[in-house]
Design a protein around this ligand. Structure first.
Ligand code: AMP
Length: 187
């Protein structure tokens, strides 16, 4: 199964993706994690990306697509994957379509986790305490939410037009949301 997980920062995408992966045995591919890996490894790409990420802006489409391409070419992605954090804008959605066509693959589901904005801010504040991410500070979070609204939210329409979008209510416990996702994916 090939799944794209959409939702605002703090909507619980990462948490839900990990639970889906446990059940379906497909890799969780998070472009944010790939970028943080490059930063930790101090690669030139990581160093360039860090400045952009620390401001809450989007890293260039070409850089992220290159990383994603390498990851999708690994064997464990042959039978499916769950994409978290990509596509982040409509250009990336079109790039993903081309890339998957090259690999003779197609998406089965795009899930959009819907959470109200106050809830998102509270969740990120909690995550900041636990993980200490550089981009979880208040000013940066505000920018990330703006970037989401302006650039990422339109991606939902892209998948709606392809008839593969399903909205998932992100309210309630982690288990509640996971149960809704499992009902949609039927596993
Ligand atoms: P995330 O872990 O998905 O919240 O991503 C953290 C940061 O990494 C974002 O705020 C962006 O700066 C960068 N990032 C992650 N995925 C992408 C992407 N698909 N395109 C551009 N930038 C990205």
């Amino acid at each position: 199964m090939r799944i794209v997980l959409l939702g605002a920062p703090g909507s619980g995408k990462g948490t839900q993706a990990k639970l889906i992966v446990d059940k379906l045995n497909i890799p969780h591919i998070s472009t944010g994690d790939l970028l943080r890996g490059a930063i930790a490894a101090k690669t030139p790409l990581g160093l360039a990306a860090k400045e952009v990420m620390d401001k809450g802006d989007l890293v260039s489409d070409e850089i992220v697509l290159g990383m994603l391409k390498d990851r999708l070419n690994q064997d464990d992605a042959n039978n499916g994957f769950i994409l978290d954090g990509f596509p982040r804008n409509v250009t990336q959605a079109a790039m993903l379509e081309d890339l998957l066509a090259e690999l003779a693959m197609q998406l089965d589901h795009a899930l959009l986790i819907q959470v109200d904005p106050d809830e998102v801010v509270a969740r990120i504040a909690k995550r900041a305490e636990i993980e200490g991410r550089a981009d979880d500070t208040e000013t940066v979070v505000r920018n990330r939410l703006n970037v989401y609204k302006e650039q990422t939210a339109p991606v939902a329409d892209f998948y709606k037009n392809q008839d593969i979008l399903t909205e998932v209510l992100g309210k309630g416990s982690i288990e509640d949301v996971q149960a809704r996702i499992q009902a949609i994916l039927r596993f």
